[in-house]
Design a protein around this ligand. Structure first.
Ligand SMILES: C[S@@+](CC[C@H](N)C(=O)[O-])C[C@H]1O[C@@H](n2cnc3c(N)ncnc32)[C@H](O)[C@@H]1O
Length: 315
């Protein structure tokens, strides 16, 4: 299949529960890529003196322009973005020493979805399924066990955004306050780790119904790609986090593609890390975001990536 910019994308096979591997061949434009390319080109020329440019500078350039960009920067240009994104380490490198453009490089159309019907309708019926495979879940749980505050720490509060009937925390993990936010009440009710929950459509109302400086950790598992007002949500996350509070956004290469934003469905894994990183950067008040590849068995089970950051002590 070919998208508007002529880049050939591979159609993948639908997998469990109606979730499709991304990037899905998109009928959407990658308008941000087109607009951002000249600016990026100038930045690169200034920074590299025409030598090969690091992969990290491809924000907004999209799959279609990747080869062109790499050629311009002195590489062969023949390597496709999707292939390079699958290389071990590509995702982890992409957020290192980024020179962010002054303005948020995405446009309104980058946040459109194929299915613009209310999200509440899409999530009306509960789905008691998991959206990534067991090894990917195990990798995420292990990661949480390494970075979460210890279980049962007095005063610690955790928010699981875009939550469901599972939160993937380590077995027996407890805090006085673990709040889930999502769209399906039956799923949230059945989540055993939540101490309470809120049903709220973040694409209609991105204001988080919590006090300033009240959470230590915010998680969002395989759902950041459904947010159509990500900067509003990330600014709200910053507001409700305690100084130094941790945000862990995790994602794989699957999604309900009709509900994911177009800039996500038209790009690959390394771009996704850059997109999420840009949300932290442009929301402001966060440490430079970092990406970690925790994929358990590359090529054999679902990949799993983390983009994380902490609220600045001064924010
Ligand atoms: C793919 S599921 C992931 C659920 C869960 N995080 C997990 O790991 O299994 C997507 C989740 O995002 C939530 N979601 C999607 N669109 C949303 C929106 N507009 N506002 C709030 N939550 C949303 C849904 O409630 C759903 O639970």
């Amino acid at each position: 299949m070919t998208n508007r910019l002529g880049h050939t994308l591979q159609q993948r096979i639908p997998v469990l529960a109606g979730v499709f591997a991304c990037p899905f061949p998109s009928k959407f434009s990658v308008a941000c890529a087109i607009d951002f390319a000249p600016q990026l080109s100038r930045t690169l020329k200034n920074r590299t003196g025409g030598r090969r440019a690091p992969r990290r500078l491809v924000l907004g350039i999209g799959a279609a322009l990747w080869g062109q960009f790499m050629g311009m920067a002195g590489n062969s240009g023949s390597k496709s973005f999707l292939a390079s994104a699958r290389q071990k380490g590509a995702v982890e490198q992409v957020l290192k020493n980024v020179e962010w453009p002054e303005q948020f490089p995405f446009k309104e159309e980058d946040f459109q979805r194929f299915d613009e019907s209310p999200d509440t309708s899409f999530y009306e019926s509960p789905r008691f399924v998991t959206h990534i495979d067991d090894p990917a879940i195990a990798a995420l749980t292990k990661y949480y066990s390494e970075v979460f505050p210890s279980s049962n720490t007095p005063g610690v509060a955790v928010l699981d955004m875009c939550s469901s009937w599972v939160s993937h925390v380590p077995a027996g993990y407890k805090q006085d306050r673990i709040v889930g936010m999502g769209l399906n009440e039956e799923e949230l009710k059945r989540n055993p780790v939540l101490t309470n929950y809120v049903v709220q459509d973040l694409n209609i109302n991105p204001k988080l119904p919590f006090e300033d400086n009240s959470f230590d950790v915010i998680t969002n598992v395989v759902s950041v790609d459904y947010l159509t007002k990500p900067l509003d949500v990330f600014k709200e996350m910053r507001r409700i986090l305690k100084p130094g509070g941790l945000v862990i956004m995790s994602f794989s290469n699957r999604c309900f593609w009709t509900k994911a934003i177009s800039v996500w469905t038209s790009t690959g894994d390394a771009d996704h890390a850059m997109i999420v990183g840009s949300y932290f950067h442009y929301a402001g008040g966060f440490e430079p975001p970092q990406a970690v590849d925790i994929s358990p068995n590359p090529g054999r089970s679902d990949p799993m990536y983390i983009v994380y950051s902490r609220k600045l002590a001064t924010a």
